[in-house]
Design a protein around this ligand. Structure first.
Ligand SMILES: NC(=O)c1ccc[n+]([C@@H]2O[C@H](COP(=O)([O-])OP(=O)(O)OC[C@H]3O[C@@H](n4cnc5c(N)ncnc54)[C@H](OP(=O)(O)O)[C@@H]3O)[C@@H](O)[C@H]2O)c1
Length: 254
């Protein structure tokens, strides 16, 4: 049996198992399995590895994308630059960390990039990144690569550039791209949404939510009401999972 899986806590919201099991079924990989492994603490990882010797690859989700790094023998240059690991490859040398959220977020951002640049203006577009965790770091990496200036909104002054109470209609007016990387609105707390002055949004705004369960979060619904363009996290989930699969199979991306 070739076993793969996801470590994190909680995992009730995750679509990864269903996505991989469907992929294995479609591709006739009857000796492959993908399971959620909920760990109360990342210190439980060595025990999981010891009792599951046929594990061939792991995905990592919240809250362990940074905390998993000390358990790895190596982190590839992209994951090191991002500072977060969401995919672990099992190699003869030991566990190697990768980051496929970067590839996943690039696929969400690419179709909206040209629309963010005001016609005839050379002013670089600005963005707000909500949350400062593992996914936020991957988003920040891609925004820097795309030349988009951004500010991180955090509950803590130390972890972000702005705290939530500083995000007023003027800030929203300047930042035409808003990316939610917090779990606010994620199943089962679907009535939650990032606390923003939504009335300041316009049809020129683009809202991207990394949350994919539910597909249309309250954050996106509030943007839609103001005429903003909205994009959910499902496309990113699929792109980052395909990239993890390529890494696990030692394949190079075409
Ligand atoms: N679509 C995809 O493929 C994809 C990929 C990656 C992640 N995601 C989703 O993105 C979300 C974040 O994942 P992650 O791995 O980055 O998690 P994480 O490392 O735990 O980071 C989440 C960040 O959100 C902020 N936050 C958490 N709870 C909050 C609350 N109650 N109110 C306000 N801010 C809060 C925190 O930032 P501060 O402490 O700075 O406030 C925290 O660091 C999850 O919903 C995950 O499912 C989706």
């Amino acid at each position: 049996m070739r076993r793969f899986g996801l470590i994190g806590r909680p995992l009730g919201h995750s679509f990864s198992q269903a996505w991989f099991m469907e992929k294995f079924r479609r591709e006739g990989l009857t000796d492959h399995r993908y399971d959620p492994y909920e760990l109360a603490d990342i210190a439980e990882l060595p025990q999981l590895l010891a009792r599951t010797p046929d594990l061939c690859g792991l995905n990592v989700t919240l809250p362990y994308k940074q905390r998993v790094i000390p358990f790895l023998v190596q982190v590839d240059p992209l994951a090191a630059a991002v500072g977060a690991v969401n995919t672990i490859a099992f190699t003869p040398q030991g566990l190697v960390g990768h980051n496929t959220d970067v590839h996943g977020f690039r696929t969400l951002l690419a179709p909206v990039l040209s629309g963010l640049q005001e016609k005839g203006s050379d002013i670089r577009p600005r963005a707000l990144v909500l949350g400062s965790g593992g996914a936020s770091r991957a988003v920040a990496y891609v925004l820097r690569e795309a030349g988009i200036r951004f500010r991180v909104v955090s509950r803590s002054r130390e972890r972000g550039d702005l705290t939530w109470d500083q995000v007023d209609p003027t800030v929203i007016g300047v930042c035409k791209l808003i990316v939610n990387t917090t779990p606010l609105g994620m199943h089962p707390d679907t009535e939650a949404a990032p606390p923003l002055p939504y009335a300041a949004l316009t049809p020129k705004h683009v809202l991207i939510d990394l949350v994919y369960n539910p597909e249309r979060t309250l954050f996106l619904q509030q943007g839609e009401r103001q005429g903003a363009r909205t994009i959910g996290g499902l496309g990113m989930l699929h792109a980052q999972a395909e990239e993890a699969w390529r890494i696990w199979n030692g394949a190079q991306r075409p």
